[in-house]
Every structure is written in structure tokens, then in C-alpha cells.
Design a protein around this ligand. Sequence first.
Ligand SMILES: Cc1ncc(COP(=O)(O)O)c(C=O)c1O
Length: 403
Amino acid sequence: MLAPSAATGILARLESLEDSFARLMNGKENPLCIVIDDTLDAVRAVIKGRTTLMFGTNSYLGLNFDPDCIRAAIEATQHSGTGSTASRVAAGNHRPHLALEAEIAAFYGRTDATVFSSGFGANLGVISALARKEDAVFVDAHCHASIFDACRLSGAQVSVFRHNDCDDLRRLFAQSAVPGTQTLVVVESLYSVHGDMGDLKAVVAVAKQHRAVLVVDEAHALGIYGRTGRGVAEHLGVEDDIDVIVGTLSKSVGVIGGYAVTNTPALRSFRLLARSYLYTASLPPAVVAAARQAIKLIAAGDSLREALWRNARALHAGVSALGLHLYAAPGPVGSIRMPGFHAGFAFWKALLERGIYVNLLIPPATPTGEVVLRFSTSAAHKPEHIEAAIAAFRDVSRMLETA
Ligand SMILES: Cc1ncc(COP(=O)(O)O)c(C=O)c1O
């Protein structure tokens, strides 16, 4: 606990937050500030002097260590420098940014793609550019923070429907005074905390019925779902009914950045309105070059997808067989509900002591206020990594059962 202080107002509020967090941690190591001392490859890092298998990044395809992506980044840096040092509407609109946009649009089979400097910024820019005060936005309760922040920024009337519950979405339309054509529906295709798939077919049907604009965030699905890796919308055959797909370059693509694709000419205007596009520096040359190479590999990437799915299924089966209940079907993200912070922390720490890193998620990062152990799988994991993770889960669950 912090020593009592005479602070008032904003400082007092922040001190009290620090104090509550310190009490919760009670001298424990902070799972939110774990230090990666060194990164060895896409799935191995050094933490506290120990080589640790990483099951808590979003490098689903291992492309952050792909030799061709690294080479492209080095060459771009040598040729064009380390940063663009300006926004897209000033001196930061370089030929490779346009090439990346054209390649993303072609990959999705859409007419237009806009690249942002982060996935967070893509949601922020797209949603706040499309919706205004006189409009409504209906959002799934489990959507990412960037979507909720975007809704707030738009000034529109925001309503939240129960997670994946299209009856609740229908209720919002029925009760809304705003016409369907002035309503934006925003969902994700693979929810990042629990790893469950959005009910896109049902959402599409409701949005279509009301002629609402539908935005789907495919951040965790790019390169993993669908015949050509375009995501869950492709997997479920509903791509043509989605007005805007938003995605990120920071997960399966292995760099940083975000994008939005559309076929609807009127929706392209978010380039003119999105403040997170207009007022921030564009992506550095290395990032653009690596992203272009990664998207090429994803487009040609059956073997990467197969490796990811082989690993994800094996890990899901192994962990489930221990009697641990996973929220969702096998996929790149696995998630286990913990019976509170202290139990979750004990599990997380014991896994780390056995050389396995996973994420410990606590509110407000979890949508329902629970504590969750979240793990992710990569195409870069080897069979022995998956076996080591399952063995550690077995060991820790037995140890905590008998504790
Ligand atoms: C669903 C979703 N959308 C957007 C983002 C933000 O992406 P980025 O971290 O690339 O800014 C995330 C990040 O975790 C996410 O899970």
C-alpha cells in the first residue's frame, strides 16, 4: 500500500487506483508488466533468464520472423530510412503505402483499402467517420476497446447488444427511433478474449433486413479462416453482405498497422474524415515492406494455415483432456475461465515457472468481468512445444488441485 498522501482531485484519484492495484497484487509480480528480456523467434523468448515458450502473442502465423519479411524490412529501411515522419495527407503518402493498399484490396477482392497506423486507429477512424450524432451504432458486448472508444468519439447513440445474441440485436432495431439506414452494426469475427466466433450469418441477416451498415473486425481471423485466408466472413460465405471489413497488421501479418476494405464507393470517404488517418504519422517503410511480403505469403499460405490449425487443434484437445473447460471450439485463441484473480495468478505464474507464457486477463480487459487465462497458438510452434505446453498445464492443474 502507498503511504497516505495529501493529494486531492485528479492526483488523489490516481493514487487511489495505484493503491487498489497494489492491494490486489499484494506483493505479487505484475502479470501486466512482464518483461521480455530477449526475443529468440516467433514462439520463444527469454523471460527472467529462462527460455520460455510463448503462447500469448498474436503471431498466429509466425510471420514476424519470416526471413523474406525480415529481408524486405531491412531493404526498405536501407533504401527509405527508418520512418515516414509525416501523415498520409502530408509527406507520408509514399508509393509503397499505395501498393500495400492495392494489395490488401486485391487480396479481399474489394475495390478499396485504406491503411491506418494501427488496428486500434482503423476502428477509431472508420467508425467515428461513418457514424454521427444523429445516427445509431449497435455493438456486440464483447467488442474490443477500440470499437467502444470509436463509438464514443462518433457522438452517435450507442447501444450494446448481448454477445452473439441476434434476438437482442433485433430488439435494439425494434426499439430504435433512428432509421436502419442510419444505423451502424459493429461486430468482430473472432472475439479476442474468449476466442469464439461471431455469429456473422445471423448478424448479416438482421443488418440486411434493416438496411444498416455492417462493419466487421477480422483482427484475429486474417490468414486463419476461409479458403484463401480472408477470415471468418469468407469461411461462412457472407463477405458480400459486409460493408466494411476492418483488420490489423499486428497479429498474423506480424508488424503493426490496420486497414479497412470496402466495395461501396460512398464508404471510401472515411479517408477524408478519419482523424486517426489524417492526424498521425504513416507506417514506416520497414513495416510497409514486411506487411506487403506477409500478405503475399498469407495469400499463398495454405501450409501456414494448416500448421496453425494442426497446432491449435492439438493444444485444444490436450488441454480439454485435462478437464479444463475451454470457452470456444479449437482456434488460434484458447481461453479458460479462472475462479478469481488469485487462482488465475497462481495458474499463470506456475505455467511461467515451467517455461510457458500465456496471458492472464483481468477486468476491464475481459468483457464479463471475469479472470481469464488466454493462450494463443502459432504456425511456428513445433509439436514438442505443444506437448510441453500440455504437460505444463497438466502439472499445474494437478498441483493446484491438491494445494
Ligand atoms: C478485435 C481487435 N480489434 C482491434 C485491435 C487493435 O489492433 P492493434 O493492436 O493492431 O492496434 C485489437 C487488438 O488486440 C483487437 O483484438
